[in-house]
Every structure is written in structure tokens, then in C-alpha cells.
Design a protein. Structure first.
Length: 215
């Protein structure tokens, strides 16, 4: 009888430990600066995914949260019924969900939600379901940077610089340069042409011996 009770207690203990290990703790860390999500299960990093957070004017909220509610498919009533597969809502209307616009992953592009590829969103949804919302922590930190905005700004600066440079070049290019002296040749020697009056004055002083008095 005692052996049977002991075996039952040991079996129950293993069952409880196994259930606790399965539930465990799930930590989702969202780095807005680098646009990445790191998922830790029982202290060990098991996933690292590229994300897309809120763009300028729709920044993603930061802080530590717990999942509030989840749904396999949600349609945004605020943004034209946009599909949000495997959505995990953690703060008001903010959620982690899949997106079909995978080309925008890696930079801020959403209206505040945290986007994942459809496959990764499904994996995360299943992990949260297995561990439970109470054992899941979502930490959002960092500051998103709109790379497209910086690029457009630099392009504008470059255009302004190019326009200013072109204006300066055209201004200097149209400025009248001093005329090159006219050279005439007499008896195989080159002379700078200084005009008829100066030439007559020069010849009248007989500094030049030749037959070129008139031009």
C-alpha cells in the first residue's frame, strides 16, 4: 500500500514538473532601433526575426506588456479592413501580427502594430498559446528610425547643393573675361596689336624701322 502511494506521488510530481516545463516562460523582446524581435523560451533565445514597426506619426508604444487577447485572423476596422493574421493584442489597438507586405519588413512602415512575416507570426502565436498569456512577457524598447525620410532629406539637400553649384558655375562662366591680345607678325616677328593710334605714336617716335606705317 505504501509503495503504491509513493509511486503515485512520484508520478504526480513528474506530471507537474512536465507541465511546468511545457508552460515555462516566454519573453518577446522587440528592438525598434534595429527592427528585430528576439524570442526567449525559458531563458534561451529560440528565434530572432525581422519586424516592421510604426512609421513616423504612428510610432509603436514602448514598455512591458502581457498579451490581452489573441485571434487567428483579425481585420482592422480602422484601416480599411486590413488583414492581421495571427494577431496578439498587447496594448489597446497595438498588436503583433503577420503581414503580406513582407517587402517592408526591416523598416518602420505600419500604423503602430508590430509586423512579422506570416510564417513567423504563426510560430509566435502557437508559442504564446502553448505557454499561456500569463507566462508571456512582451517588452518593446528602442527608437525607430525612418530610413526613407533620411534618404529623401539627403536627396533634397543634394538637389539644393547641385542647383546652387550650377548657378554659381553659370554665373562665373558668363562673366566677361579679359580679351586675349591680338598678335600681328612683321618680318617673321610677333607683335601685340595695341591699336592704330598707339601704333602711329610708336612709329612716329621711330622706334620701329619698317614700311608698315598704315594698316
Amino acid at each position: 500500500m505504501k509503495l503504491w502511494i509513493k509511486a503515485a506521488v512520484v508520478s504526480l510530481a513528474f506530471s507537474v514538473v512536465g507541465h511546468a516545463a511545457e508552460a515555462g516562460s516566454l519573453k518577446v523582446s522587440v528592438d525598434l532601433t534595429n527592427q528585430r524581435m528576439h524570442v526567449k523560451e525559458n531563458g534561451e533565445t529560440i528565434h530572432s526575426w525581422v519586424i516592421s514597426s510604426g512609421r513616423r506619426g504612428y510610432r509603436t508604444v514602448t514598455g512591458k506588456f502581457k498579451p490581452k487577447w489573441m485571434t487567428r485572423m483579425h481585420y482592422s476596422r480602422k484601416y480599411d479592413n486590413a488583414p492581421m493574421p495571427n494577431a496578439i493584442f498587447f496594448h489597446r489597438g497595438y498588436a503583433i501580427h503577420g503581414t503580406y507586405a513582407t517587402g517592408h519588413l526591416g523598416r518602420p512602415a505600419s500604423h503602430g502594430c508590430i509586423r512579422l512575416s506570416p510564417r513567423n507570426a504563426k510560430i509566435l502565436y502557437n508559442l504564446v498559446s502553448r505557454h499561456g498569456r500569463g507566462n508571456t512577457t512582451i517588452a518593446v524598447h528602442g527608437s525607430a528610425r525612418d530610413r526613407s525620410y533620411v534618404t529623401s532629406k539627403s536627396r533634397k539637400s543634394n538637389k539644393r547643393y547641385a542647383k546652387r553649384r550650377t548657378r554659381n558655375v553659370s554665373r562665373y562662366s558668363t562673366r566677361s573675361e579679359p580679351p586675349r591680345p591680338k598678335v600681328i607678325y612683321r618680318n617673321g616677328r610677333g607683335y601685340e596689336y595695341v591699336g592704330k593710334k598707339a601704333a602711329r605714336k610708336y612709329y612716329s617716335k621711330k622706334r620701329y624701322s619698317g614700311s608698315y606705317y598704315n594698316y
